[in-house]
Design a protein around this ligand. Structure first.
Ligand code: UDP
Length: 330
């Protein structure tokens, strides 16, 4: 029996595949390689290049492989892009998940762990955020992820599918082996963008807004190492395998850092002055997102290992320094 990882060539997906294979699991990866990289797929995983909106391709895969559970990362994930091209998000995220669930129901595969997001909450009513807090997304990306959660809930009632939604806060860092790390094209995430400056690929960092109601006016986020996120997927899958019911878990460190503080940490990790310029706010950004992950710790036994920002940024820096062009060969 194998675990199917959809989007297993992407950032969090590829790190999860590495952890699954290290744990001795059989893994099948499917990815359309639109944003993922074949080189990020663990050599021991079986690979299918397919788009989850392609029902025929999914049918072929489910017929050929003995799949006991699915981990679903295959989605578009950029806040800014979701505001300028919302229909792309409805198509790839919602329509894609609908086709996937149709195929899972048809083939009797009834367990799924999937990437949700802190963006499902919108501007939080309090921090740290609990899973039971109000969900009112401020961007289309978060809206589609919340709708994916709701879709699974209805499919569960009708067809008995069991799901765990993992609401990630800000994924960052890179695998300890140095073989895989964060690579998006174009890059939009804060830590890799900051590290482009000491890597000689960018003059300065733009800080999107310094007039938020936070201690230094810049947005606060909760940064969590990708390997800790990856571990949570394995725990969530095991929880479902042992008969656990549908559930939603936040995954973060429970500590918030401002954009300015992240830049300061990167300056000290890299020894580079990293110039920063204040720029306008980015559409759809809540002022602060900090997780309470106590539920994941209690129910899943999740214990994040990389809980300090300098260590996380240092792991990202090791990857970016050795792979200035990500997985692309130049
Ligand atoms: N950010 C920034 N400059 C950049 C990229 C991001 O100031 O070049 C800010 C962004 O507005 C947000 C935080 O950094 O407040 C984290 O953004 P990211 O895109 O990494 O993750 P998100 O929180 O959107 O998932």
């Amino acid at each position: 029996m194998a675990i199917l990882v959809l989007g297993g060539a992407g950032y969090i997906g590829s790190h999860t595949v590495y952890e699954l294979i290290d744990a001795g699991r059989d893994v099948v990866v499917a990815d359309n390689l639109q944003t993922g990289f074949k080189a990020a797929v663990h050599p021991k995983a079986k690979f299918y290049q397919l788009d989850i909106r392609d029902r025929g391709a999914l049918d072929t895969l489910f017929q050929a492989e003995d799949i006991e559970g699915v981990i679903h990362f295959a989605a578009s994930s950029q806040v800014g892009e979701s505001m300028s091209d919302p229909l792309k998000y409805y198509d790839n995220n919602l329509h894609g998940t609908m086709v996937l669930l149709q195929a899972m129901v048809a083939h009797g595969v009834d367990k799924i762990v999937f990437s949700s997001t802190a963006a499902a909450y919108g501007e939080p009513e309090r921090v740290p955020i609990l899973e039971s807090d109000t969900t009112c997304p401020t961007n289309c990306y978060g809206q589609t992820k919340l709708a994916m959660e709701q879709m699974m809930s209805w499919v569960s009632k009708a067809h008995g599918l069991k799901y765990v939604a993992l609401r990630y806060f800000n994924a960052c860092g890179a695998h300890v082996s140095g073989e895989i790390g964060e690579a998006h094209d174009p890059e939009t995430h804060l830590i890799p963008i900051i590290l482009q400056v000491p890597n000689g690929q960018r003059e300065a960092v733009s800080v999107f807004g310094d007039d938020y109601p936070t201690k230094d006016g810049t947005c606060i986020r909760d940064y969590i190492h990708v390997t800790d996120l990856a571990q949570a997927h394995i725990l969530a899958l095991d929880y479902l395998m042992k008969g656990g019911d549908n559930n939603i878990f936040n995954l973060g460190n429970g500590v918030g850092f401002t954009v300015q503080e992240v830049i300061d940490v990167a300056r000290s990790v890299t020894g580079h002055p990293i110039p920063a310029r204040i720029a306008p706010r980015r559409a759809g950004d809540p002022a602060q997102l900090i997780a309470s992950s106590e539920k994941a710790m209690k129910v899943l036994g999740w214990q994040p290992k990389y809980n300090d920002l300098p260590t996380i940024v240092a792991s990202a820096w090791a990857w970016h320094k050795s792979h200035p062009h990500g997985f692309e060969e130049v």
